[in-house]
Design a protein around this ligand. Structure first.
Ligand code: ADP
Length: 398
């Protein structure tokens, strides 16, 4: 019998949703709320007659949930809210506790809350979203799907930082890694493309946030993000890996508090910090094409940071045989993919097929290397919501 499952991704000022029919995995509707907390919030939802967009006050997440339930019925997407059989929630930080998705019980909610100090920007809003949907749908199964779960297979050598060991035992300060749902989804797609045979895969999830993961035998063995999503490669506004003393000197020379420097490293660095133009790769690319030197430098730096991780993980995997690009930049920016591959192609024996690289964008799947290439490079659009829904199904069947 078919069921409807709602996948939710609640952020501090946005809430994205997608409803799937299972087992067909057909998308019934999707949409988002933006500018939560503002009187001119935005609500977009796909309806049978086309996309509906409204501008309305969105004081909090509860109002979004109530607007959504009303719209689902008014737009004849469902006839009653009782048709929804389960809700899957993205939770960014599961700490060391969740190697897999779990039923979102009150005990899990308390643990997610206890992890807020380690993920202040994410776990609070994720939990607010859960409570808002739980109050409207108290009797259906709610499932928590953690960004960190997929990376729980890393070994101690990879997840520990070389700081006093007590910081790990006392405060759980270690690498957790993020975007796990995406890395798992695209690496599983690679396995499917090879008739179920695991490939030594390097996944490059390049969105506004970006992370690289080495996947062996279907498991994450190393990933670039660290304790928080600030670590790893350079991103839209985040620094990625740094010499830790930069925190000290930036605070000292610029007369800033630790909190202020942390904020600058999270929100004003990366592509935005170097280019001085934007965190959006489209703006940086346009400026670079128009001859702006700092935009050109931003693009080269970004490509090199990603390539450095690819090189490192190629070695860790004792030879990668697949690289996958996914997320906003990975799926849509052929020039950036080429820049990255150019840095590693000689060492790895990669031969890019320029023509397929150039046309593989806008949600297209593709193999963008020639048959002679020693390592295959794929573009695979990520689908975190589908993974959330699959996990809900799996847990409901248990
Ligand atoms: P996140 O989910 O981390 O917020 P996304 O995966 O949506 O981010 O990626 C956002 C980045 O991808 C931005 O830098 C944006 O410029 C780039 N991007 C997204 N879509 C496109 C597109 N169609 N063409 C070019 N760049 C795009």
């Amino acid at each position: 019998m078919s069921k409807l499952i709602l996948a939710v991704n609640a952020g501090s000022s946005s809430l994205k949703f997608k409803i799937f029919e299972v087992p067909s995995e057909k998308v019934i509707t999707s949409g988002l709320f933006e500018r939560i907390g503002h009187h001119d919030g935005i609500f977009k939802i796909k309806a049978p007659g086309g996309e509906v967009k409204r501008v309305l006050p969105l004081p909090n997440h509860e109002v979004c949930v109530s607007e959504l339930t009303t719209a689902l019925i008014d737009l004849k997407i469902i006839t009653s809210i009782d048709e929804i059989d389960a809700v899957g929630h993205r939770v960014v930080m599961g700490g060391k506790y969740y190697p897999d998705s779990v039923l979102f019980t009150e005990e899990v909610a308390r643990r997610v809350e206890s992890l807020i100090p380690l993920a202040p920007l994410h776990n609070g809003p994720n939990l607010t979203g859960y409570h808002a949907f739980k109050s409207v749908l108290p009797d259906v199964a709610h499932v928590a799907v953690f960004d960190t779960s997929f990376h729980q297979t890393m070994s101690e050598e990879d997840y520990l930082f070389p700081i006093p060991y007590e910081y790990y035992t006392k405060y759980d300060l270690r690498r957790y890694g993020f975007h796990g749902t995406s890395h798992k989804y695209v690496s599983e797609e690679v396995t499917k493309l090879h008739n179920g045979v695991y490939q030594n895969t390097i996944v490059c999830h390049l969105g506004n946030g970006a992370s690289i993961t080495a996947v062996k035998d279907g498991k994450s063995i190393a990933t670039s993000m660290g304790l928080t999503p600030l670590g790893g490669v350079m991103m839209g506004t985040r620094t990625g890996d740094l010499d830790p003393s930069l925190m000290y000197f930036a605070a000292k020379f610029d007369n800033k508090t630790l909190d202020e420097v942390y904020d600058i490293f999270n929100k004003k660095s990366g592509m935005l910090g170097i280019s001085g133009i934007s965190n959006d790769s489209r703006d940086v690319e346009n400026a670079a094409l128009a001859g702006n030197k700092r935009a050109q430098l931003t693009e080269t730096m970004y490509a090199r940071r990603v390539a450095d991780y690819i090189g490192q993980y190629h070695i860790r995997l004792h030879g990668a045989n697949a690289i996958v690009f996914t997320a906003g930049i990975g799926e849509n920016v052929p020039a950036m993919r080429k820049n990255i591959i150019n840095e590693v192609k000689d060492a790895m024996g990669i031969i890019l097929d320029d023509e397929t690289n150039n046309i593989t964008r806008g949600g297209k799947y593709g193999l963008i290397t020639t048959p002679e290439s020693k390592v295959k490079v794929f573009v695979i659009p990520t689908n975190e919501e589908l993974m959330i829904v699959r996990d809900c199904m799996r847990l409901l069947e248990q």
